[in-house]
Design a protein around this ligand. Sequence first.
Ligand code: FAD
Length: 395
Amino acid sequence: MSAFNPFTEEHELLRQSVREFIRQEIIPFADEWEARKECPRHIFERMGELGFFGVTFPEEYGGSGMDLWAAAVIAEELAHSNAGGLAMSLYAHAYLPLPLINAVGTEEQKLKYLAPALTGKKIAALAITEPGAGSDVGGIKTTAKDMGDHYLVNGSKMFITNGTMADFIVTVVRHGEGYNMSVLIIDTSLPGFKAIPVKNKLGMHSSDTGQLFFEDCKVPKSALLGYQGNGFYYIMNNLQEERLIACVMGAATAQWALTKAILYAKEREAFGRPIGNFQVIRHKIAKMAISAEACRSFAYRAVHEFIEHGPASVKTVSMAKAFICDETFNVVNEALQIHGGWGYMEDYGIARALRDVRLMTVGAGTTEVMHEIISKMVIDDVRHSHQFVKARGVV
Ligand SMILES: Cc1cc2nc3c(=O)[nH]c(=O)nc-3n(C[C@H](O)[C@H](O)[C@H](O)COP(=O)(O)OP(=O)(O)OC[C@H]3O[C@@H](n4cnc5c(N)ncnc54)[C@H](O)[C@@H]3O)c2cc1C
């Protein structure tokens, strides 16, 4: 394994089988799912059967115990399918709720939820955001009152991926003021739970997005993940993997859009020659290629640091997330420009990609929130290395 090609032979074999699955079972149907704004449940089962959800999870729960590069392989291949909505639903299932259950769940919880989720028989979601609080996780209002043998949950969650399809939802609730929060695994079959679809989205049409309602929902104490009152910290620690997958998918989407633009520029003629012969278009392509390469390098660097240093990689992961989400949007936008009017139509897939990537600077922590994290850390870095800075004559 080298810094520039982190993938082993095993990863490449996995890539071949994911690619084949996508070619046969996703790409031919993606337009139809998009048009019907439908997320196909059977694809979860197929992903489970083929072992794709379990690549990074322990073997005792049905996983294959590979490293995070295996998840990166799947994320890259899904991005190249240009079925952004479905890809988001699949990764929101595997990399939002499940790592948390794996990290702090009991043996019973892992057997009941993690194992069937890895087979794709049960669909999972993670519910943090509410109608009144997204970036400000400390501002959530959904309550879980301790009733002795159960919790009584009341409140609402918003924009939850897989929200209406999920069999269980890993839900952040509060017990009292401040950060007195917990995470509960809530079965969606429980009385008092209801989910309605959110359909009026800009893009990500082949993903399921739901608004959730909890009205005097009696949740058994066995649903508590980890320790009561530690929920906020669990959630904050869990966000890095979600952001890394977003980085890898974003970088691969930039590469996909670049390739589409190059192919089009070679084939489309204007003023008697291929548009790719115009220097303006060639330079656009050069800049897109630089961006795509920078995104890929940054995404790989962030994955590498996370594997080596875990949560200590937060600065790099946040930087990569902020950078890649903006750059990917710009590359897809330039690809649309190169396609002219045809780019604005559905025919070449660029219009869909542009709608879908627009979510990247909002979901999984907004770019502004990433900038907050990064600015605090870089300012602290300089404060702590003041002597070093002084010695170099900077001050
Ligand atoms: C399609 C879709 C799927 C989603 N899936 C899920 C899911 O599965 N689970 C889930 O829990 N959530 C999900 N979300 C919610 C998503 O994570 C939130 O929308 C996001 O975190 C932003 O929260 P918000 O919408 O409340 O915006 P707000 O937090 O209200 O932010 C509004 C604006 O203010 C800015 N802002 C906020 N705080 C600061 C600050 N401190 N400094 C500077 N600027 C700030 C933001 O960056 C943003 O530009 C999804 C959203 C969408 C649209």
